[in-house]
Design a protein around this ligand. Structure first.
Ligand code: ZN
Length: 345
């Protein structure tokens, strides 16, 4: 039987909105630093609402908000006893919203920050963390599991193995830091190829890099892999000199508490919707079939990605129409006096 993920991929690109941590941090419902999705337990209706906003904007996937809801992170904030309840609640919310719209539902696991490539004990701990989260996702009946933002390709391979043991499809994405290789020292193409050969249904890159510095790496991934590829950049204007959102500097601002814009002062670097649409089109032209936006994403970015791929999600009904703008428009009902004043605005 063809899975729902493969079924959707066979009809065209799949869009997945991410970036829930950053959005809820901005809204004041979780804390920058530890970045734990406590909002799932405290304000579940807000999580459901943000899922709905992303679906309205064109996301095909409702991703359960279990990013950083793993044992290590919960222990860090002294809430380890809430681990299972948080995961199960996030999965239930995702299922409910997906059912409203016929969306795909994804479980979600991510980098643990305790993986040590040369330490068997750490790998056992990491595996156990994945096993518990993936088992809750499997019990919730998700269509697939997203395992994301891995610096170590070897940690991604552990995640993939656990997802496959649970009999689920896996979308595996790596986070590539300043040096264009994984933290294990594998080239981006080599790492993705190994993950693909190990059985990932979709493999690619997410987070950390903006469109300008992720796109060149995707060419390497395309050259190395045969199957479905994923690309979910952060919506920030990263550059060759500052290729990641952690490395961005803002010399014009002397108010930054830690001297760097990441993670709470990235606003002036935010890509506009047209830039995110252009990225989606360019990545799709390269052969990327699973597209989205990571930390920093807002619904207008997702709508733009959808429209760049030829979609008209519900939110497209209200995509910009400046012909009726009082000053810049050309609608005949507008007042000429205002149109003539446009250059003075
Ligand atoms: Zn991210």
């Amino acid at each position: 039987m063809v899975s729902r993920l493969h079924d959707r991929l066979s009809t065209g690109p799949v869009i997945c909105a991410e970036g829930y941590l950053f959005e809820f941090e901005r809204r004041g419902y979780l804390q920058a630093g530890a970045f734990v999705p406590e909002v799932v337990l405290e304000e579940p209706q807000l999580v459901a609402q943000l899922h709905r906003e992303f679906v309205h904007a064109g996301s095909d996937v409702v991703e359960a908000f279990t990013y950083y809801a793993h044992r290590e992170k919960l222990a860090l904030i002294g809430r380890e006893e809430d681990l299972e309840a948080l995961n199960r609640q996030a999965l239930q919310i995702a299922n409910e919203v997906a059912a409203e719209h016929g969306s795909l539902v994804a479980g979600n696991i991510c980098n643990t920050n305790v993986f040590e490539p040369d330490d068997d004990d750490s790998q056992r701990i990491v595996r156990d963390m994945f096993v518990e989260q993936v088992s809750w996702a499997a019990e919730a009946g998700v269509d697939f599991v997203i395992a994301e933002t891995f610096s170590y390709a070897q940690e991604a391979l552990v995640a993939l193995e656990v997802i496959k043991e649970a009999g689920l499809d896996a979308v595996i994405t790596l986070a590539i830091h300043r040096h264009p290789e994984t933290r294990d020292g594998w080239s981006v193409g080599d790492a993705c190829r190994r993950i693909e050969e190990a059985g990932a249904d979709v493999v690619g890159l997410n987070c950390i890099r903006g469109p300008a510095t992720m796109l060149p790496l995707l060419e390497q991934v395309r050259a190395a892999c045969d199957g479905h590829l994923a690309a979910l950049p952060v919506p920030y204007r990263t550059t060759v000199a500052e290729p990641t959102f952690q490395s961005l500097t803002d010399p014009g601002c002397d108010l930054l508490p830690d001297g760097r814009p990441f993670p709470t002062a990235l606003d002036p670097f935010t890509c506009n919707r047209y830039e995110m649409g252009a990225f989606a089109k360019a990545a799709h032209d390269l052969g990327v079939t699973y597209l989205g936006v990571c930390c920093g994403a807002a619904p207008h970015h997702i709508r733009s990605v959808a429209e760049a791929l030829g979609r008209t999600p519900p939110a497209s009904r209200l995509s910009a129409d400046m012909s009726r703008h009082a000053f810049f428009g050309n609608d005949e009902r507008l007042r000429a006096r205002n149109q003539e004043f446009a250059g003075e605005l």
